[in-house]
Design a protein around this ligand. Sequence first.
Ligand code: NDP
Length: 246
Amino acid sequence: MIFKDRVSLVTGASQGIGEAIAEELGREGATVVLVDIQKDKLEQVAARLAGLGIKALPYEADVTDSARAAQVVDEVVGSLGRLDHLVNNAGITRDSLLLRMKEEDWDLVLRVNLKGAFNFSRAALKPMFSARYGRIVNIASVVGLMGNFGQTNYAASKAGLIGLAKSLAREVAARGITVNCVAPGYIATPMTEKLPEEVKKGFLDIIPMKRFGLPEEVARAVKFLCSEEAAYITGQVINVNGGMYM
Ligand code: NDP
């Protein structure tokens, strides 16, 4: 139980990769704070994790709302006394060719994926500074490194998360806080389930391991970055992509 007495906050935790991360950290003894806009699913996940013996607290919040982010962090620190790990995982896609992209789809993807991480990182830094300890992990994407047809907004947001992590890592390194990214490749979750079969096949063709990744495989990389073993690693990107991008 490497995270006994630790508190971890995961955004976008009501399904997919975020749910797997919450479970992975919780299995190691962390109290997990689940943040998502899907209230009902959030409560179901909290109940499922409780069934595994994990202390999981659901907080309905939209990551784009900076006041709500500050409020959630304040409440968590008020009731649990600390916040050790922040995983900025909430993310959405609104794919389209740039030429046809609606301005609102550009703005929304940047607001959720990038500004959401800013909102929660800024709020979490207060208790982390006081404790002189913290781990922030942004869930980026292979697409933020290699680009992708039809995903200029999403790729820009994910590349932005990497820039944010590297810059913030420099600002807070001397305070005992590390900031890193995990960049998943194609992972089987509700987000990717809805893609057309030919797009899925196209991805399989370029993945050397010839299979999609599992949410747990991303979660294990996050666990490592939150662990003491990763104490001297900051400003880095760990790729979890079956060799899709090297
Ligand atoms: P999912 O869509 O399955 O889960 C994301 C969760 O975040 C959903 O519950 C979603 O709710 C929630 N969410 C969306 N917007 C907000 C918001 N404004 N505030 C709070 N929560 C919100 O995605 P995945 O699990 O597949 O992806 C998780 C992360 O991993 C994302 O950042 C994604 O970009 C990244 N990623 C995923 C890959 C993949 O192949 N699956 C590959 C690379 C990166 P709702 O469903 O209502 O929108």
